[in-house]
Write a protein that binds this ligand. Structure first.
Ligand code: SAM
Length: 390
């Protein structure tokens, strides 16, 4: 399989399909198909490399190997045994099969992974007289089985570590946001780096760093490795060309990017992570209370995810903070557009401003809303006038 076969799949958090589709369009893929949490496109090695290097909102890039409806172990074995594994796995390479999703025929999903592994191993032993070893921790070839009632799919995982692991953040703060979700929210907000930017509750700095990567045109995958680099048909010359081309595209940030937090440790972490991401010079990091909001310039885009209450009682403790945050937005941010990524709709209502957009997004299993507030100059609207957030 010198050139990879047709269908590639970029997986993503639910709610980011539209973003990933737009990113793929910018990479030259006009014929894409979005499903829940994934976007399909087609191409060869170059398309696959570019997607891994450039997609900001995606979680992984996969190569479709087989798909079909199954209702038993035997069906799944047959489906997996039809894949030309001898073209995917070189002699001596290790393998692992990861499994996601659910299927009534496989109450224990690791049994399904075992069936696929057996089909793969049996086929290679038959064709080649040699079986590959399994290495769950660091396999050369990663197979992904996705279980679903309608269709089971088998993929080759080209990314390995999720694409959100850019490499600049080793230890997040207490509640760090996924890098892909931060970038996806920025792209949903239409942020392109040309307007001033502020995250006034930056935590480990993820949103501001992703903003700086967008603003400087920096490919998010420049600092990390990918599973495809261990494939026997990997083309290191093509890959090096694409990386070099991406490096050459980096530019100055056209507008200021500010990040602040009330917590000194968060301020330090943001600075450290920004430097590691190569965008330290473009982000001004300050210790500041978000209620003392200060905009970096006219037409600022604010995007932030405020603290949320996970434990009982925390919501009540945070209500006054959300009210004061709303007041700060009304009185100190005229002319800005603020986007709040919130997990708690009750708390979001306390902001006391009417959201002009409410976009559902998933932070792992937590359903969030990305709320847009247009902060016009002029008299502040009365609290509660118009219903607030969802
Ligand atoms: C949910 S976390 C943000 C996580 C961040 N997006 C990240 O990826 O790491 C909320 C942040 O708000 C900060 N915070 C809480 N109260 C604040 C205040 N009054 N002013 C500024 N920051 C505050 C916390 O220190 C915490 O870092």
């Amino acid at each position: 399989m010198g050139r990879l076969p047709g269908t590639l799949v970029a997986t993503c958090s639910r709610g980011l399909e539209e973003v990933v589709q737009a990113e793929l369009l910018a990479l030259g893929h006009s014929a894409t198909r979005a499903t829940r949490g994934a976007v399909e496109f087609s191409g060869g090695l170059e398309a696959l490399y570019r997607a891994n290097l450039w997609l900001r909102g995606a979680t992984r890039v996969l190569v479709r190997l087989a798909s079909g409806v199954v209702s038993s172990r035997e069906d799944l074995y047959r489906l997996a045994a039809e894949v030309s594994w001898e073209e995917v796995v070189a002699p001596g390479q290790t393998i692992a099969v990861a499994v996601a999703g659910r299927h009534p025929a496989f109450a224990n999903t690791s049994v399904a992974a075992l069936v696929v592994k057996d089909a793969l191993v049996d086929r290679l032993r038959r064709v080649r007289g040699q079986r590959p070893d399994v290495d769950r921790r660091d396999p050369a070839v990663r197979v992904q089985l996705h279980l679903a009632l309608g269709e089971v799919t088998l993929h080759l995982d080209a990314s390995g570590e999720p694409l959100s692991h850019r490499g600049y953040r080793r230890h997040g703060g207490p509640a760090p946001l996924s890098e892909a979700l931060a970038a996806g929210a920025l792209l949903l907000a239409g942020y392109d780096g040309t307007a001033p930017f502020l995250d006034p509750m930056c935590g480990s700095g993820t949103i501001a760093i992703e903003a700086a990567l967008i603003a400087t045109g920096t490919a998010p995958g420049l600092q990390r490795g990918f599973a495809f680099q261990r494939w026997w048909f990997h083309d290191p010359v093509l890959w090096a060309d694409l990386v070099e081309g991406a490096r050459a595209l980096s530019r100055r940030a056209p507008a200021p990017i500010h990040a602040s937090d009330v917590d000194e440790a968060a301020v330090r972490a943001t600075g450290r992570h920004a430097r590691r991401a190569g965008v330290g010079e473009w982000i001004e990091v300050q210790r500041r209370d978000a209620r003392q909001l200060s905009l970096p310039g006219p037409g600022t885009v604010i995007l932030t995810n405020p603290p949320y209450g996970e434990r009982l009682g925390e919501r009540d403790r945070l209500r006054p903070f959300y009210r004061e945050l709303g007041d700060a937005l009304k009185t100190r941010a005229a002319g800005a557009t603020a986007w709040l990524l919130v997990g708690d709709r009750e708390l979001a209502k306390e902001v006391g401003l009417r959201a002009s957009r409410r976009i559902p997004l998933f932070n792992g299993p937590i359903e969030c809303r990305l709320l847009r507030f247009d902060l016009f100059a002029g008299p502040a609207p009365r609290r509660g006038g118009g219903g607030g957030c969802p």
